[in-house]
Design a protein around this ligand. Structure first.
Ligand SMILES: [Zn+2]
Length: 229
């Protein structure tokens, strides 16, 4: 909490472009403003409908890294607004729950925070009738994903997460800061479905892709609908 306040009130530079002033300047925040459907290529089996607020690039990448790795916790506000806009595109029913992808306990200790959980809470505050709950837990340790192919990542992750309790019929949206191959979102959706949840979709702030601007369906940014009621 103190860190949030300090990040908000102290003179800072923009996490996106380093210009002095706000935590995230208007120009960099604008890069977060057009959520679109996203499919990783190749698209892993079992991936729910996915919406990304922006490409994981430039100012967006810098802001997400500053929030996750450098404790710029005030960035949870603009990043949470962007995540909320992505969730809105999925049109979740009233009573839906945003479920963050959990970090490993070691990562949370190292960073001193759980970044996806913070973003989920920030997004839910802007979505009437929607809550955020950390309903997923790591079920086992996972090998380092770097250097693995999409297929190897999927095998490495299967069974890595579990739900805290039965979630029969509960509408849920999986949320995370970044999607790369989609394997983590697939595992989160699998664990939630196994507990009986109705997985409406998944939403992220940044999508890594070489084809961000050329994917089918990306020519026209989706209109941002009014908040779900
Ligand atoms: Zn900026």
């Amino acid at each position: 909490m103190l860190a949030d306040l300090l990040d908000l009130v102290l003179p800072r530079d923009c996490a996106g472009c380093r210009l002095p002033g706000r935590t995230l300047c208007g120009a960099c925040a604008a890069e977060l403003g057009s959520p679109r459907p996203h499919r990783p290529d190749p698209c892993p089996a079992g991936l729910p409908p996915l919406v990304a607020a922006a490409a994981y690039d430039g100012a967006v990448r810098a802001a997400l890294l500053a929030h996750k790795e450098r404790g710029r916790l005030g960035l949870a506000v603009p990043l949470g607004i962007a995540l909320a806009a992505a969730v809105r595109e999925l049109d979740p029913p009233r009573g839906a729950v945003l479920v963050p992808v959990p970090s490993s306990p070691a990562a949370v200790r190292e960073r001193g925070q759980d970044h996806a959980r913070r973003l989920a809470a920030a997004a839910a505050r802007r979505l009437p009738g929607v809550r955020a709950r950390a309903l997923l837990l790591p079920a086992r340790r996972v090998a380092d994903q770097s250097g693995l192919t999409s297929r190897q990542r999927a095998a490495n992750l299967t069974g890595a997460l579990r739900a805290r309790r039965r979630l029969d019929g509960l509408p849920v949206v999986v949320v995370d800061d970044v999607v790369t191959t989609g394997a983590t979102l697939v595992e989160a959706a699998r664990a939630l479905r196994a507990a009986g949840a109705d997985v409406v979709g998944a939403a992220v702030v940044g999508a890594t892709t070489r084809r961000w601007s050329r994917s089918p369906g990306w020519a026209q940014p989706l209109s941002i609908r009014s908040p779900a009621v």
